[in-house]
Design a protein around this ligand. Structure first.
Ligand SMILES: Cc1cc2nc3c(=O)[nH]c(=O)nc-3n(C[C@H](O)[C@H](O)[C@H](O)COP(=O)(O)O)c2cc1C
Length: 134
């Protein structure tokens, strides 16, 4: 995928990743790796901001972290960068969890958003970026 190009998810794509409490990637499924264009080895141990796209406002991630750190589920739209400089949109649901061994972390499950959803959220993010001086 060339730089600046959008990768549109297919209807059945389901991108999953798991992080520790600090947002360090512990796992990503095949769909996530394929769309992000990274191998699992390239992702594990890296901060999740590795796939952050410059168009994402800080406010979106503040809402994400404020919500999951309270132990609540966050849902929202995220524009992510691919390894080759492209991008893709997802609708993400992030769950806080505690495993039976006591380790805590977060699980993100992502699906394709509709074109209409992307158009609406782009307007919101444009406004937030303006507020942030971007
Ligand atoms: C489970 C989980 C999944 C995340 N997924 C993404 C993601 O796909 N893209 C992204 O940019 N940030 C994601 N984040 C948020 C990042 O941890 C980070 O806060 C964000 O990229 C902003 O980077 P910064 O905190 O360095 O400003 C995720 C966080 C968690 C806990």
């Amino acid at each position: 995928m060339a730089a600046g190009q959008e990768t549109v998810l297919d209807e059945y794509a389901f991108l999953v990743s798991e992080t520790d409490e600090k947002g360090i990637i512990r796992f990503a499924n095949d769909d996530f790796c394929k769309i992000a264009e990274f191998s699992l080895d390239e992702l594990i141990g890296q901060p999740h901001s590795k796939v952050r796209h410059k168009d994402m406002p800080k406010k979106a991630f503040k809402s994400l972290w404020d919500t999951i750190q309270k132990g609540e589920v966050w849902t929202g739209y995220v524009k992510n960068a691919t390894k080759s400089g492209g991008y893709y949109w997802v609708f993400a649901t992030i769950y806080p969890f505690e495993s039976c061994d006591g380790s805590k972390g977060y699980l993100s499950c992502r699906r394709k958003p509709s074109k209409e959803e992307i158009t609406s959220i782009q307007e919101v993010y444009k406004l937030w970026n303006k507020e942030e001086g971007k």
